[in-house]
Design a binder for this molecule. Structure first.
Ligand SMILES: Cc1cc2nc3c(=O)[nH]c(=O)nc-3n(C[C@H](O)[C@H](O)[C@H](O)COP(=O)(O)OP(=O)(O)OC[C@H]3O[C@@H](n4cnc5c(N)ncnc54)[C@H](O)[C@@H]3O)c2cc1C
Length: 315
């Protein structure tokens, strides 16, 4: 039996979820019907494991499955694809942590479920929406964002002008870039430039809080040392967790505390044998694209490369 909102759809003997929905007149996308093209991907509470086996761990963790491969034995409750409802938040704190970068703490007025590393949309009163990654854990009770002010930027400029107590409306959470505790000994490689640190901080803290025992290498990159921020907080985190190593990488003017050179070259060097590593790549779109390509060509399976490129909103 399938539950879809108020609708109950009985499945015939041996029928897949895709076949059952089509027979009942539900409009559902499909392609190869062989579990390859993923066009019929849907979301449900506890879908049959065989209908998730070819998907990325983050999709599996969110209940995504392939309808053409699913023959549920009991009732399967499908999630509708409605957009999440906006949530009001209050600015709890705003701190300038580096030139042009603010760390903003938002306290939601109603529950806002998310996984650290996912992103949310900030809704500007004039109707524009921009995405920002979440650096905090649900147990913190606040949403931590790291926002770089873009010259003439509509939403980043507005956010930088907010003060404690102001209201900010958000919606979400979105994205596949978060930790899944499916292998506590796996090596995790976290690489990001600039405010790409925000999701990486959330992912590292989340992995540690879930008892991840394998090595975690977090590389934060920037143009020069002054662009790197939260260094003390990262060092404190690493002092408490010997499996976490923090690396700083700059393109120029490195001191003894930073590597000087390209972020992607350092990432490949620190990754070691790539077949057993999961990578998280966040920040500037071009840098993320270059990192993903380099790691894939060096032998990392694409399903183990989770990336959030911070692409600008379309004009
Ligand atoms: C999944 C995702 C996660 C993101 N997470 C973060 C985050 O954690 N922190 C963060 O600071 N940003 C993040 N971003 C980027 C953010 O969503 C906005 O694009 C950014 O803040 C600029 O928005 P704006 O309204 O201020 O500028 P806009 O008004 O959109 O743009 C103003 C002008 O600046 C240009 N521009 C926009 N972005 C850039 C840029 N990066 N470099 C140079 N020029 C630019 C535009 O083309 C335009 O000409 C993320 C983006 C995505 C897609």
């Amino acid at each position: 039996m399938l539950s879809l909102g108020a609708q109950e759809i009985p499945l015939l003997e041996g029928e897949t979820v895709l076949e059952g929905l089509e027979r009942s007149g539900v409009d559902v996308a499909s392609g190869c019907r062989a579990g390859t093209c993923c066009k019929c991907m849907l979301r449900a509470d506890s879908p049959p494991p065989e209908s998730q086996s070819t998907l990325r761990p983050t999709l599996r963790a969110q209940g995504y499955f392939l309808a053409c491969q699913a023959r549920p034995e009991g009732r399967l409750t499908l999630h509708s694809a409605e957009a999440p409802t906006p949530v009001d938040t209050r600015v709890e704190e705003i701190e300038h942590v580096a030139e042009g970068v603010a760390r903003i703490l938002l306290r939601p007025s109603t529950p806002f479920p998310f996984r650290p590393g996912q992103y949310l949309d900030v809704l500007h009163p004039d109707g524009h929406a921009r995405s920002y990654s979440i650096a905090s854990l649900p147990s913190d009770g606040v949403l931590e964002l790291h926002v770089r002010e873009i010259p003439n930027g509509r939403v980043s400029g507005w956010l930088h002008g907010r003060v404690q107590g102001d209201d900010v409306r958000i919606r979400g959470a979105f994205g596949q870039c978060f930790h899944v505790a499916d292998d506590p000994r796996k090596k995790l490689l976290l690489v990001g430039a600039g405010t790409g640190l925000a999701p990486l901080l959330g992912i590292a803290r989340d992995a540690l809080s879930q008892g991840h025992a394998g090595p975690i290498d977090l590389i934060h990159g920037g143009l020069e040392p002054g662009r790197l921020y939260l260094r003390e907080e990262l060092s404190r985190l690493a002092e408490q967790a010997p499996q976490l190593r923090i690396h700083h990488c700059v393109l120029r003017r490195a001191t003894q505390h930073e590597h000087e050179g390209q972020l992607d070259e350092l990432a490949v060097r620190l990754a070691g044998p790539l077949a057993s590593v999961r990578a998280f790549l966040c920040g500037d779109g071009e840098i993320v694209h270059k990192l993903r390509r380099k790691l894939f060509l060096a032998g990392m399976p694409s399903a183990e490369i989770l990336a959030d490129p911070f692409l600008p909103a379309p004009a």
